[in-house]
Design a protein around this ligand. Structure first.
Ligand code: ATP
Ligand code: MG
Length: 300
């Protein structure tokens, strides 16, 4: 397949999952099992498409790096066992590690809590020419912290600043922050890997029953599962308040891993393709310099 064809297909594939305006967003309009009509017999073809996509992604990343103007920020959010780690691993498998930085955001440290909540993420923003991946992010501040208000109490905020409006204020902060980033040449692409409660149960059981997967199980995950409805509402509200054309959310069906990976790859390819990346062109003087260097080498 030609690159142009891959770019066209990626755009078409990612489009149904892209959310650029939140006002009418409803999570139940998105089916975690959706495969855009592809059947499990199509799995092999999907894997081939993913391989072709990964090659295209590597080419785009090479241009991103050479051009050194844009930075790309990919944000991954999901319930446990939705496949964030696997999606990141597979989709980024072809890119040059030097041009890519992955950060996982866990519960904040005491140093983190001594600062405003965006601080720890700001320090990890990608440099120009790079792809930065946030495996969880500042969005946890409107998810886990909202579902468990005792976490907010530990944030050492002045009490008069903690009101009922705090979540609206956080959404506003995040919107402003992302607008600022976009205006400075950071292309933002956000993923919510949408897994069903039924599939999460299946994956947790697999982690418990398969010795090679035991290490992935944590009883804390089971506890969070008990807050499924609260998380669902928090995710929906987050997307409603923070989807924007310059920082779209992709609500990717996550019950079938093979499909999730193709959809994530398609969205990343589409994001990079939209930047119109090109290798830098040399000025006349630089071209002359190269020609002189070539002559000097050949004359040795
Ligand atoms: P995996 O389980 O696949 O290794 P993970 O992202 O679930 O990956 P964990 O170490 O299991 O990693 O969990 C990280 C935990 O940190 C999550 O439960 C998440 O909600 C929590 N966390 C992240 N950011 C914050 C935050 N700002 N405040 C409180 N908890 C947070
Ligand atoms: Mg976990």
């Amino acid at each position: 397949m030609k690159t142009k064809e891959i770019l066209r297909k990626a755009r078409k594939f990612a489009a149904p999952f892209r959310v650029v305006r939140g006002d009418k967003f409803r999570l139940d309009a998105y089916d975690p099992e959706d495969t855009l009509g592809l059947k499990s017999e199509d799995k092999e073809r999907a894997k081939e498409a993913l391989a072709a996509g990964i090659e295209t992604l590597a080419e785009l990343q090479d241009r991103l790096y050479a051009q050194d103007k844009w930075a790309v920020l990919l944000i991954f959010q999901a319930m446990d066992a939705a496949g964030k780690d696997g999606a990141i691993k597979h989709v980024m498998s072809g890119v040059n590690p030097q041009g890519c930085q992955v950060y996982s955001f866990k519960a904040p440290t005491s140093e983190d809590l001594d600062h405003d909540y965006l601080w720890r993420c700001m320090r990890c923003l990608p440099e120009r020419g790079r792809i930065g991946i946030f495996n969880r992010s500042y969005y946890e501040e409107t998810l886990v912290v909202r579902v468990h208000p005792e976490l907010l109490e530990r944030q050492k905020l002045p009490p008069q600043l903690v009101t009922r409006k705090i979540w609206k204020q956080r959404f506003r902060d995040i919107r402003n922050f992302e607008r600022y980033l976009a205006g400075n040449g950071v292309a933002i692409c956000k993923f919510f890997l949408h897994v069903s409660k039924k599939e999460q149960k299946r994956r947790f059981l697999e982690r418990l029953e398969n010795p090679e997967k035991n290490w992935k199980f944590s009883s804390a995950d089971l506890k969070e599962r008990g807050f499924w409805r609260e998380y669902r509402e928090a995710y929906e509200d987050m997307i409603r308040h923070t989807a924007a054309p310059h920082a779209p959310w992709y609500v990717v069906p996550a019950d079938n891993k093979w499909f999730t990976r193709v959809a994530v790859a398609a969205a990343v390819i589409d994001t990079l393709a939209s930047l119109k990346l090109a290798y830098p062109e040399l000025a006349e003087a630089q071209r002359k310099e190269l020609a002189a260097a070539r002559r000097a080498l050949l004359a040795e």
